[in-house]
Design a protein around this ligand. Structure first.
Ligand code: M6R
Length: 612
């Protein structure tokens, strides 16, 4: 969840590190710090709170040197405080460490080290690492690299580590187990980072470190080995996206920028996966025959990606006839699911680093299942641990609240469902083409919704002040209701609850009064769901609830019920959630803006949940 950066070259490291941390701040923003090495001496600066506090501190107390490591923290062990901020140091201050992950056996290690005379200044799990390295050197390790290796062998849990040694000034070290880490390659300079956006403006090639590997990084080269010391030949990968993809591009926040990017992303997914003769290519090695024989799919994911999984279940079951289950990865991994090896597991993840999703993949692999991910980040752990991946390719998503990754996941499942339906013969070629024609309308329909942002802003501002809100939807738009509520609570800190509208009489109707905004997703559908939804809305009206309705163009009846109507283009039922969610993203956005929250970096949240 924390962000790690490192630099070695011949430029001043401090500014490069702070710049990298700025781009990584979406991973954690409780405190930040850097350590820089110059003339055989490490100097450091750390500060609680946002990175700007550290920048101010460094202006007053500059640190100088051409190599260094930096960190932005999302607190796990120990509250956000100066003492708990990274980097952490050995007793003599000669070894400095930044860490993302959790050292699970830190308490035992700390006890052992205390008995050996080490004293600790923080409550963190990380602080044992520099002390263990120091102890290994005292115990006779032949080199810093060997001391680091001995230390890694003692650690249980997850880590992405950056390490600086005063006694080896021409090298920075890094190591990875379970937490992402890349090595960025420059001209006479190299970098480490938790994530590509941190250094995207400085590199075009990178090495993705694998679990159980460590690296010695110098300005002019990189050496990789395993924790056991076996040499590893690095695989250099070209970075596919551009620096501008990780910039604000004139928008006030990344979230607003990412909401606006959605129609373009959906269009380019359609262009990439559907050829001019209407053939769908899902871009994986899994053969049509594999899908013909498939009889069960299990989708696992977290948060917004879980809502995409819920949508996918409805679509896949309806179009392909395959039995599909979806579960929260955090539940799936601790229950006793009855999964046979013939089941296709689909992990869904924007970051590709979510701990629970990864654990679910590993469990399913143990049962002999095939894994086909839907993922946004090339080179991520989910991608590397899966047999195949449907890439959502929506570029870096920096806003903590997921938006474009969600609609791209929905699009991926729409294409996948149609592909499977055709290869299995559930849908004829002609019917698939008819669906594709309707799917092609979705990017423009979403664009139209986003263009109505001024109207949505008025509604968002009008209802932003209540303590709670309720989101109702049915069938395909039940996941949309859950996602709308999640967006609202994440960024506006207003309690929000998503419900299947049919459940109203089983409890939530008791909440309805004149103070409760009830967001009703009631776009016109071809089946009975619309009528049912209409009845639910009348029930809310009868109890004086404040109705905000998402309705289809031309729906005059519903527009009469409330002033607060967001009219969206009518698209095929199955694809309406991709359009409707745009209205809910903006509604949450403007409610949060009116409440004055930090939209891109909401309190307590981190973009990538790499620990349980
Ligand atoms: O990177 P992932 O898609 O695996 O992340 C899953 C969730 O952590 C993520 O969707 C989270 O719920 C977002 N903050 C939602 O906006």
């Amino acid at each position: 969840m924390c962000g790690v950066v490192g630099y070695i070259g011949n430029k001043e490291a401090a500014q490069i590190l702070v710049d990298g941390l700025q781009r990584l701040e979406y991973r954690g923003y409780d405190s930040a710090g850097i350590a820089v090495l110059d003339d055989g001496k490490i100097s450091s600066g750390k500060e609680m709170g946002r990175l700007a506090n550290l920048e101010r501190k460094l202006e007053k107390n500059p640190v100088s040197g051409t190599r260094g490591i930096g960190h932005t923290r999302w607190a796990t062990h120990g509250a956000p405080s100066q003492a708990n901020s990274h980097p952490h140091f050995s007793s003599d201050g000669a070894i400095s460490v930044v860490h993302n992950g959790i050292i699970e056996n830190y308490a035992d290690l700390r006890d052992e080290l205390s008995e050996q005379g080490h004293t600790f200044l923080s409550e963190t799990d990380t602080e044992v690492v520099p002390h263990l390295i120091e102890q290994a050197l005292k115990d006779g390790a032949a080199s810093p690299a060997e001391a680091l290796r001995c230390t890694l062998q003692k650690l249980r849990g997850a880590y992405a580590l950056g390490v600086l040694f005063q006694c080896e000034p021409d090298t920075i070290y890094c190591a990875r187990l379970g937490s992402p880490l890349i090595i960025g390659l420059g001209e006479n300079e190299n970098f480490i980072a938790s994530d590509v956006p941190a250094i995207i403006n400085r590199i075009s090639e990178a090495i993705y470190l694998n679990d159980g590997e460590m690296a010695a990084i110098r300005a002019d080269g990189v050496e990789l080995c395993t924790v056991d010391g076996a040499a590893v030949i690095p695989e250099v990968k070209k970075i596919e996206f551009k620096a501008e993809d990780a910039e604000h591009a004139g928008f006030e926040t990344f979230m607003l920028k990412e909401i606006h990017e959605q129609p373009r992303i959906l269009r380019s997914m359609l262009e990439k996966h559907v050829s001019s003769d209407g053939t769908i290519d899902i871009g994986t090695d899994l053969s049509p025959d594999y899908f013909r024989k498939l009889n069960r799919i299990m989708i696992v994911s977290c948060g917004t990606a879980y809502h995409a999984g819920m949508y996918a279940k409805l679509l896949l079951e309806n179009l392909t006839g395959i039995a599909v289950e979806t579960d929260l990865a955090s539940e799936f991994r601790y229950r006793d699911p009855k999964i046979d090896p013939g089941t296709l597991i689909i992990p869904v993840s924007q970051s590709g680093e979510t701990a629970d999703t990864l654990a679910s993949i590993r469990m399913a692999k143990g049962w002999g299942c095939k894994i086909m991910a839907v993922c946004n980040v090339e080179g991520s752990s989910v991608v590397r641990e899966s047999d195949a991946t449907f890439f959502t390719n929506c570029g870096p998503e920096i806003g903590v609240a997921s938006t474009k990754a969600y609609t791209a996941q929905q699009m991926a499942f729409a294409l996948l469902s149609l592909y499977i339906a055709e290869v299995r013969g559930n849908l004829s070629r002609e019917r698939v083409q008819a669906y594709l024609k309707d799917l092609n309308e979705v990017p423009d329909a979403l664009h139209y919704v986003i263009q109505k942002k001024a109207e949505i802003q008025v509604i968002g501002e009008k209802h932003h002040d209540g303590p709670s809100s309720l989101y109702l939807g049915r069938r395909y738009n039940f996941p949309t209701a859950l996602e709308g509520a999640l967006k609202n609570k994440e960024i506006s800190y207003q309690h929000a609850e998503g419900y299947a509208a049919g459940e109203m009489k089983h409890g939530p109707i008791a909440l309805i009064n004149e103070a409760l905004p009830v967001i009703c997703i009631c776009t016109k559908t071809a089946d009975e769901v619309y009528e049912k939804m209409l009845s639910n809305i009348k029930e809310v009206e009868a109890r004086s609830g404040r109705i905000i309705a998402i309705v289809s163009e031309g729906d005059t009846e519903l527009s009469k019920l409330t002033d607060d109507v967001i009219v969206v283009p009518a698209v095929r039922d199955e694809f309406s959630p991709i359009v409707n969610v745009g209205a809910l993203q903006l509604l949450a956005y403007y409610a949060a803006r009116a409440r004055g929250t930090d939209i891109d970096k909401p309190r307590n949240l981190a973009k990538s949940v790499t620990v349980e």
